[in-house]
Design a binder for this molecule. Sequence first.
Ligand SMILES: [Zn+2]
Ligand SMILES: [Zn+2]
Length: 276
Amino acid sequence: MTTRGGAPQSPARIGGHGVLAADWHTHTDFSDGTDGLPDVVRAAGRAGLRTLCVTDHVRRGTRWLPEYTRAVREADRGAGPLRVVCGVEAKMLDTAGRLDLPGDLTGVQHVAVADHRFPLPGGPADPGDVRERLAHGLLTAEQALEALTDATVAALHAVPAGRTRHLAHLFSILPKAGLREEDVGARRLARIAEACRRTGAAVEANEKWCCPGPATLAALHGHGVRLIAGSDAHTAAAVGAWTYAATVLDPSGTASRQTCAQAPPGPAAPRGRRRR
Ligand SMILES: [Zn+2]
Ligand SMILES: [Zn+2]
């Protein structure tokens, strides 16, 4: 392993140089995180990060964006060498790519596109409902996977101009709906990869939910998609703390999902303790 400035280099390779020095998916108490923004920023500094993207959950009706963007901008100014990026996490709503975003995104620099509910042509469905429809033959697995792919591709293009973007915990919805990531298949992965390349979007290795799996990340990397790391931290202590991301982004490592949460994330229900 080579060194840079005396420090061990990140083991990540398919994630690119220094990928683990940036956490692109974190939450504060503006949405459902436990700790306040100053604590999260301090934790990022302690973890040795160079970039912290705060991605609190928003919905169309979210009212605290002006206060949030101002607070993140001020945090960035006071964070020394650490760059603090103002992001939001928004769920895909349907196969047309609509996102659950407020109309005015002034000050928002980055959008994390999330599969919190299953995006179907008619709108978002609970994964349990999709599972029922699959069981009763009202929907086929092929149709469901195609819908999720259509939605993901369209949503990447639907992010309002001027913002960088990435796919958060890609395919986390599949096991909840009784579907398998392996069944997404090469053709659909290639479509998602093409949309990422065209929109400059990255795909995150999600530390909290250990998704997408190593094979999916390797395939996306093979298609030229930039891979990044996201802790999905809901506490300051979890910011920039890598196990899954470190192993999965390093092809010489042994990727393991053992340390991760047992279930994929459920529908996002922003339940801010303060400043809703
Ligand atoms: Zn999420
Ligand atoms: Zn999140």
